[in-house]
Design a protein around this ligand. Structure first.
Ligand code: PBG
Ligand code: ZN
Length: 279
């Protein structure tokens, strides 16, 4: 993806510093482990990339909000967001066995100092499992931002290449939502709120603005919207060809997400857009 790369902890600190300087309020971290295995065990390694990155951020840039993405797909060798029931890679995820591992990962992020953990796996019951694990360990003030409305989307393509997390076989339709459903999204949202979610994420953002608006008006909870890699890549590509005005389309895409009701936006444009707003 243009302008997007895997970084070391040191490089990440420089990026985060530039973001903070531009006026960005927070960052979200995704980890790429040295080795992947069937259970994604690097996900809760206390010395893992995300855990080290959180510690470094808290030391060097204590004012920036640190969110960690909690999922298995970057850590599993099969690339699914949970562990597989039979190991045959057809995407038949063992929901309940995955919960314990997600909770372990989230707890290791909280121990490193994360302000917010953001489970993006879409397993049923994960918010409750994570909340219980955090509370039991004294992290009752670590917040949970739940990706409650996460659609099975073709817009994730560039991210999966960057994170080397494309499922080896099968797809994610077993646990991500169908693009045609909106009531199902609201059921997932209310279930996550009942389990203890502090804020709700809608993903992708642009093609799902009706969901952003519904979540905001029907729950009153803080709503985040994630402008994903494909949304970003399309704007960059069209702008590179001279077909659209990059800065204006970037700002208009973000304004639309904001107008729909998002309280905060996750976007690859964050540093650029914040700098423009400041200027
Ligand atoms: C999965 C995950 C996804 C993204 C980040 N984490 C979706 C997926 O691959 O199914 C995509 C984000 C993006 O496109 O920017 N936990
Ligand atoms: Zn995942």
């Amino acid at each position: 993806m243009p302008g997007v790369a895997q970084t070391s902890v040191d490089e990440m600190l420089r990026d985060a510093e530039a973001a903070a300087k531009a006026g960005v309020g927070g960052v979200i971290l995704f980890g790429i482990p040295e080795t992947k295995d069937a259970t994604g065990s690097e996900g809760w390694n206390e010395k893992g990339a995300v855990q080290e990155a959180v510690r470094a951020l808290k030391k060097e840039l204590p004012d920036i909000v640190v969110i960690t993405d909690v999922c298995m797909c970057e850590y599993t060798d099969h690339g699914h967001c949970g562990i597989l029931r039979d190991g045959d890679g057809d995407g038949d995820v063992d929901n309940d066995a995955t919960l314990e591992l997600l909770a372990k990962s989230a707890l290791s992020h909280a121990r490193a100092g994360a302000d917010i953990v953001a489970p993006s796996d879409m397993m049923d019951g994960r918010v409750q499992a994570i909340r219980a694990a955090l509370d039991d360990d004294g992290f009752s003030s670590t917040a949970i931002l739940s990706y409650a409305a996460k659609y099975a989307s073709a817009y994730y393509g560039p991210f999966r290449e960057a994170a080397e997390s494309t499922p080896k076989s099968g797809d994610r339709r077993g646990y991500q939502m169908d693009a045609g459903n909106s009531d199902e999204a609201m059921r997932e949202v209310f279930a996550d709120i009942a389990e203890g979610a502090d804020a709700i994420m809608v993903k992708p953002a642009g093609p799902y603005l009706d969901i952003v608006a519904r979540v905001k008006s029907e729950t009153g909870y803080p709503v985040a919207a994630y402008q994903v890699s494909g949304e970003y890549a399309m704007i960059c590509a069209a702008a590179e060809r001279g077909w659209i005005d990059r800065e204006r389309v970037m700002m208009e895409s973000l304004l639309g997400i904001r107008r729909a009701g998002a309280d905060f936006i996750l976007t690859y444009f964050a540093t650029e857009a914040a700098g423009m707003l400041k200027g």
